[in-house]
Design a protein around this ligand. Structure first.
Ligand SMILES: NC(=O)c1ccc[n+]([C@@H]2O[C@H](COP(=O)([O-])OP(=O)(O)OC[C@H]3O[C@@H](n4cnc5c(N)ncnc54)[C@H](O)[C@@H]3O)[C@@H](O)[C@H]2O)c1
Length: 332
């Protein structure tokens, strides 16, 4: 099978390696000339995936149309702030509008609070969106790149398409489960990045395991509150794409959102922390989106609110912790 993978960052690269290991040919589209040249000449993507080589069946291109005409299916792995504009270009250039399409990105649109399948619907229409499949789970790109096994979830309302991508991706390194709860998977996979920032702040301030467990548990409760209001199923938030992903990203130094939180605790502004990280921290736009939704629908999200104040209003993380601890006493 020939696969077009869109996005030459960590996740697009890791997925290219996973797919090519299964015997498929990949055309990776990137907007970075150095990434394209490195993959095509040295089979490496040093900035994103270090010394781990790509197979010779992975080639890169700077031309979106070339990748699209190559692929018998499409996997998209671009940051949420570029998702809408890239998708518009993809849909405009696509000859076969019925091609199997998988979105492996995570995040809510900051300005609108929309999930990515809602953006797919707005850009490409109901029919295309209803056949799109979503991938989300406890999946740190660099662990797969290093050959360490993990599980993921593929969500779609079109069972045939969902199983198509399950077959394409499954291997001894990646075990993929399916579900039809697209909203639950997208909401959990996006919102948990806010908790990863909170846990990074906590670790950076020198707090311990009690604090992290408190943020994870109470945090999961509040993202489940919003996610189920939006239409996701409660049990999804306690599965791989919810609790599973939350545990990984809020405890691992490999998680950018966690590292971003540590930088905030160190006194960096969000802009300075973003620059130092050099890669996307999806929890930031998702936190803005979650705040928008929680205010619109009256959903109580105390941890999200404090992270929002740290990010947007420059609140001192120490004051945020004090305010969280001194909230009105209540039953669990
Ligand atoms: N890194 C991970 O471990 C991981 C795991 C699962 C999901 N994800 C998700 O995958 C998505 C991509 O993340 P990533 O880790 O690969 O990011 P990254 O920062 O490693 O790379 C981002 C890539 O997107 C490209 N890009 C940025 N703006 C673009 C634009 N306008 N047009 C085309 N390309 C553009 C950049 O050139 C870069 O190649 C995110 O939504 C992220 O949450 C990441």
């Amino acid at each position: 099978m020939k696969v077009a993978i869109l996005g030459g960052g960590s996740w697009g690269s890791a997925l290219s390696m996973l797919v090519s290991r299964n015997g498929h040919h990949v055309k990776l589209w990137t907007n970075e000339a150095s990434v394209c040249e490195n993959i095509n000449t040295t089979h490496l993507n040093p900035y994103y995936t270090g010394e781990y080589p790509f197979s010779e069946t992975v080639t890169a291109t700077l031309e979106l149309k070339e990748a699209l005409s190559f692929g018998e299916c499409i996997i998209m792995a671009v940051p949420s702030n570029a998702f809408r504009s890239v998708l518009m270009d993809v849909f405009d250039s696509l000859e076969d509008k019925d091609i199997p399409f998988l979105n492996a990105g995570k995040g809510l649109e900051a300005a609108t609070g929309l999930r990515e399948t809602q953006i797919i619907k707005a850009v490409a229409g109901e029919e295309f969106a209803s056949r799109a499949v979503i991938l989300s789970g406890p999946n740190l790109a660099m662990e797969f790149v290093a050959g360490k096994p993990g599980c993921t979830v593929l969500a779609g309302t079109d069972t045939e398409r969902t199983q198509f991508f399950q077959k394409l991706l499954s291997s001894d390194i990646l075990r993929a489960y399916t579900t039809d709860d697209v909203i639950g998977v997208e909401a959990g996979g996006s919102l948990k990045n806010i908790l990863a920032i909170a846990c990074g702040i906590s670790a950076g301030m020198g707090f311990g395991d009690n604090t992290r467990a408190a943020i994870q548990t109470r945090g999961l409760r509040e993202i489940t509150r919003l996610g189920t209001f939006l239409g996701g199923r409660r049990e999804t938030f306690y599965g791989l794409s919810g609790m599973g992903d939350m545990i990984t990203t809020s405890s691992s130094i490999l998680s950018r959102n966690f590292r971003f939180g540590m930088l905030l605790a160190d006194g960096k502004t969000p802009e300075e922390a973003g620059k130092k990280l050099g890669q996307v921290a999806e929890g930031v736009p998702t936190c803005y989106a979650a705040m928008l939704l929680s205010e619109k629908y009256g959903i109580d999200m105390p941890i999200t609110k404090e992270i929002y104040k740290i990010l947007k209003e420059g609140k001192d993380p120490r004051a945020a912790v004090t305010d969280l601890m001194n909230r009105e006493q209540k039953a669990e």
